[in-house]
Design a protein around this ligand. Structure first.
Ligand code: ADP
Ligand code: FRU
Length: 375
C-alpha cells in the first residue's frame, strides 16, 4: 500500500524538480534486518516474531528516503560494499529516486548490517549493528563532487577527521562564493548561494563536538545528549551552545517529548510530539525528523533567495502567483538586505514551523511500518 501521509502533511505534490540544487547526505547506508515482536524477547528464549523484513538503513540513507518522499531532490554519499547486498541497496535507492552516483565502491569487504528488534508493547527499537570495517569516505572522494550542485550538505557525525576536512572544503567554497559576489566578479553565477552545512551528533562520542564550529545547523540527538549527562532538551541546547559557532541553529529531538531548537539569535522554539494511534516502528524516527527539518528549512532558504531576487528585479507581482509556497511557508522576511548570510533565512517563525512540521512527519512515521513507499 502506498500511503499518502507525507503528502498530506506537506500539502503539496512531492514531484522533484530535476534542475534544482540537491541536498547531499553524507554518511552510512547498511542493510537492516527488522523483526517486529509483540514484546522484547527474553535472553535465550525461542519465540516467533510477527513480521520480518529487509530494509535499506543507515542514518544518511534513511534521511534521503524521507527527503525524497517530501519532494526534495537529494543524493546519498557514502561508501558501498560491492558484495551480494549491493543491488538490494541500489535498487531501493532507485525506487526512492535517490542519486547515489558518486558513491565509491569497495571490493572484498562486506556490507554493514543491523539486526533490529521492534517491540510493539513498548515501541522500542533495539539495534545490533555490525560493520566489518567498510572504509569510510575520504576527503579525496569528497573532492570529486561538484559543490555547485548542492544547496545543503548534511553530515552524519562520524569519521571525525575526514568529515572535518570535508566541512572545511565546503567552508572554503562558500568563502570563495561570497568573495566573488563582494567583488562583483561577473564570471561567478550571481544567483549561487552559500551551501548550508548541517550535522547530526548521535553517536555517544564526545570528540564529535569538534565539528560544531563548522556547521550552520546541528541536530543533537537524545542519545548524544544523554551520553553527556543531560536530561532534557533545554539543558542540552544550553550546554551545546558553548561549542557551536555564533549564528548556528541547534535542534534537539527527544522521542515522545517532541523537539526544541535555538535560532541563530538565541531564541528557543519548541514542539510537542504528535503520537500516532499506535506506535509500530520507531526505527529511523530521528533520521525522519532530521529530513523533515532540512526539507523545510531548505525550502525556506530557496524562497528567501527567490524573494530577494524578485525584489532586486522589481518583479514583486510574480509573488502573488506562487500559491504553493505562500500556503506552506508563511514567512515574514526582511528582504531589504542584499546579502544572504548562511542562516539569515532561519527566523524564529521559520524554525518554529520547521520543528513542528518535523515532529508531525516523524510522529506519522512511527505509526507506520518502514518508510511508506515499499509497504
Ligand atoms: P532517534 O531515532 O534518534 O532515537 P527520537 O526517538 O528522539 O529519534 O525521535 C525523533 C522524533 O521522532 C521526535 O522528536 C518525535 O517527533 C518523533 N517520535 C519519536 N518517537 C515518538 C513517539 N513514540 N511518539 C511520537 N513521536 C515520536
Ligand atoms: C536508524 C539507523 C538504522 C541503522 C542504524 C545504524 O537510525 O540508521 O537504519 O541500522 O541506525 O546505526
Amino acid at each position: 500500500m502506498i500511503s499518502s501521509f507525507y503528502k498530506k502533511i506537506v500539502g503539496t505534490s512531492s514531484t522533484v524538480e530535476s534542475n534544482q540544487q540537491k541536498i547531499l547526505c553524507v554518511g552510512l547506508t547498511c542493510l537492516d534486518i527488522v523483526q517486529t515482536c509483540k514484546q522484547y524477547p527474553a535472553e535465550d528464549s525461542d519465540q516467533r516474531s510477527v513480521d520480518c523484513r529487509w530494509q535499506r538503513g543507515g542514518n544518511a540513507s534513511n534521511t534521503c528516503t524521507v527527503l525524497s518522499q517530501l519532494g526534495s531532490s537529494c543524493e546519498f554519499f557514502g561508501t558501498l560494499s560491492a558484495e551480494e547486498h549491493l543491488s538490494f541497496l541500489q535498487n531501493d535507492m532507485q525506487n526512492y529516486n535517490i542519486d547515489y552516483s558518486h558513491c565509491p565502491m569497495i571490493e572484498n569487504i562486506g556490507c554493514p548490517t543491523s539486526t533490529v528488534i521492534l517491540s510493539l508493547r513498548s515501541g522500542s527499537r533495539t539495534i545490533l549493528h555490525h560493520n566489518p570495517n567498510l572504509p569510510e569516505l575520504t576527503l579525496k572522494n569528497f573532492e570529486q563532487l561538484h559543490l555547485e550542485d548542492y544547496s545543503w550538505i548534511h553530515f552524519e557525525g562520524r569519521n571525525l577527521t575526514e568529515v572535518l576536512s570535508m566541512m572545511q572544503c565546503v567552508e572554503n567554497y562558500n568563502n570563495m562564493l561570497n568573495y566573488s559576489q563582494d567583488t562583483n566578479n561577473k564570471e561567478t553565477k550571481s544567483s549561487q548561494a552559500s551551501i548550508t552545512i548541517s550535522v547530526e551528533l548521535e553517536r555517544p562520542r564526545q570528540e564529535l563536538l569538534d565539528l560544531l564550529p563548522y556547521v550552520d545547523v546541528a541536530f543533537i540527538s537524545k542519545d548524544f545528549a544523554q551520553s553527556r549527562g543531560y536530561d532534557s532538551m533545554s539543558e542540552t541546547l544550553k550546554n551545546i551552545s558553548e561549542d557551536a559557532k555564533s549564528g548556528a541553529t541547534l535542534i534537539c529531538a527527544w522521542a515522545d517529548r517532541g523537539a526544541m531548537a535555538r535560532t541563530p539569535d538565541n531564541i528557543i522554539v519548541q514542539s510537542p510530539a504528535f503520537p500516532p494511534q499506535k506506535v509500530v516502528d520507531t526505527l529511523g524516527a530521528g533520521d525522519t525528523f532530521n529530513a523533515a527539518v532540512i526539507h523545510f528549512l531548505n525550502k525556506a532558504k530557496l524562497e528567501f533567495i527567490r524573494r530577494r531576487k524578485l525584489k532586486s528585479c522589481e518583479m514583486n507581482s510574480a509573488l502573488q502567483k506562487d500559491v504553493e509556497i505562500k500556503r506552506n511557508i508563511k514567512m515574514n522576511y526582511n528582504i531589504e538586505s542584499s546579502e544572504c548570510s548562511h542562516t539569515e533565512f532561519i527566523t524564529q517563525n521559520v524554525l518554529q514551523a520547521a520543528v513542528s512540521f518535523a515532529c508531525q512527519v516523524a510522529g506519522a512515521k512511527v505509526g507506520l511500518r518502514g518508510y511508506n513507499k515499499l509497504d
